[in-house]
Design a protein around this ligand. Sequence first.
Ligand code: NAG
Ligand code: NAG
Ligand code: NAG
Ligand code: NAG
Ligand code: NAG
Ligand code: NAG
Ligand code: NAG
Ligand code: NAG
Ligand code: NAG
Ligand code: NAG
Length: 261
Amino acid sequence: MIILCILFFSLVPKKSLGAVDPYFQACSARKTCGDGQAIRFPFYIQDKQNSSCGYPGFNLSCNNNGHPTILISNNNYTIHEIFYQNETLRVSNSAFSNPNSSCIPFINSISLPGSRFDLAPNQTNIFFFYNCSSSVHESWPSEFYPSCYGESDTVLALSGQDPKLQISNVSMECKSSVVAPVEAYGGGIGESLRNGFVLKWKASNCSICEDSGGNCGFDSTIYHFKCFCLDRPHAWDCTNTTLHEYLPGQFFSQEISLSFW
Ligand SMILES: *[C@@H]1O[C@H](CO)[C@@H](O)[C@H](O)[C@H]1NC(C)=O
Ligand SMILES: *[C@@H]1O[C@H](CO)[C@@H](O)[C@H](O)[C@H]1NC(C)=O
Ligand SMILES: *[C@@H]1O[C@H](CO)[C@@H](O)[C@H](O)[C@H]1NC(C)=O
Ligand SMILES: *[C@@H]1O[C@H](CO)[C@@H](O)[C@H](O)[C@H]1NC(C)=O
Ligand SMILES: *[C@@H]1O[C@H](CO)[C@@H](O)[C@H](O)[C@H]1NC(C)=O
Ligand SMILES: *[C@@H]1O[C@H](CO)[C@@H](O)[C@H](O)[C@H]1NC(C)=O
Ligand SMILES: *[C@@H]1O[C@H](CO)[C@@H](O)[C@H](O)[C@H]1NC(C)=O
Ligand SMILES: *[C@@H]1O[C@H](CO)[C@@H](O)[C@H](O)[C@H]1NC(C)=O
Ligand SMILES: *[C@@H]1O[C@H](CO)[C@@H](O)[C@H](O)[C@H]1NC(C)=O
Ligand SMILES: *[C@@H]1O[C@H](CO)[C@@H](O)[C@H](O)[C@H]1NC(C)=O
């Protein structure tokens, strides 16, 4: 009976004691990197917010300009704007961020689709060709830009719509090529690259929890979405109060003990 009592009291929500759930509290604080943009679920600033407040893989850092950055296929992307209502964000490769430099850095292609992000519809591409033969140089000298990695090197940059891409020997005549998505091609290569492109993210939809007064989060021990409410963590929203909403595992041992007794 003593064991049963202990179990019983461990199951009584902390609400009855008037305590606010620590996860609810931790995830109530809205943070920004300095640019004014509120960072919330599924994103979290890993040095400023508890990882339980975001979804795995949506950890952000802040750069020196006060913008959030995210690592995608081991490259830093600067986040310009997050559209929570349609789960999209506009990013650009941080290597393109310096508005004063007119050189093209060597970048890696972004590898999408992945488990976290897909490219949003209606994006276009810019193709970079590195180490091209002199015959390509002579054909289209105005399409070459200085490179950032070697003073004498130049990079061929073509928009995805450029008919020159159809000429098959461009890729043959250059040693490597990279594709960079852009939202729109206009105002010059540098501006298009700095403006970036739009991604759609894949994580739990937060609105059911948020609309019920909760803070969305994630329980890494059961690897599942959690809705942190004033009283305690719930499975999806703050309204349901039965034990059965808990996923198998969390109160498994207690449930077994109770039914045994
Ligand atoms: C997140 O917050 C919870 C509740 O306050 C705390 O127990 C946990 O240690 C925190 N985790 C990190 C990584 O700060
Ligand atoms: C990404 O940016 C962060 C913050 O600016 C920096 O600490 C980190 O070294 C960068 N990582 C890579 C792979 O460039
Ligand atoms: C996010 O977390 C991963 C794994 O811990 C880490 O490698 C990466 O650098 C973090 N991303 C950012 C933008 O800090
Ligand atoms: C999230 O769920 C709400 C309510 O079910 C719905 O109205 C909304 O469209 C969903 N958001 C997205 C981006 O799917
Ligand atoms: C998402 O919402 C923003 C702001 O309302 C809008 O500008 C943008 O076009 C939308 N994106 C998509 C892919 O629907
Ligand atoms: C760009 O150049 C301007 C004027 O020379 C300078 O004030 C600014 O700090 C530079 N910005 C960066 C990012 O280097
Ligand atoms: C994509 O472009 C087409 C044609 O311009 C347009 O009809 C459609 O609404 C666009 N889709 C999005 C998500 O912006
Ligand atoms: C260009 O070629 C040089 C010499 O072969 C090589 O060292 C360099 O890595 C190449 N650069 C690129 C971006 O492929
Ligand atoms: C492509 O190949 C043809 C035939 O080999 C050659 O005449 C032409 O100059 C090449 N074009 C470029 C841009 O190298
Ligand atoms: C919450 O409980 C109500 C009534 O029992 C039920 O209809 C609803 O589906 C539950 N919601 C979730 C997210 O479990």
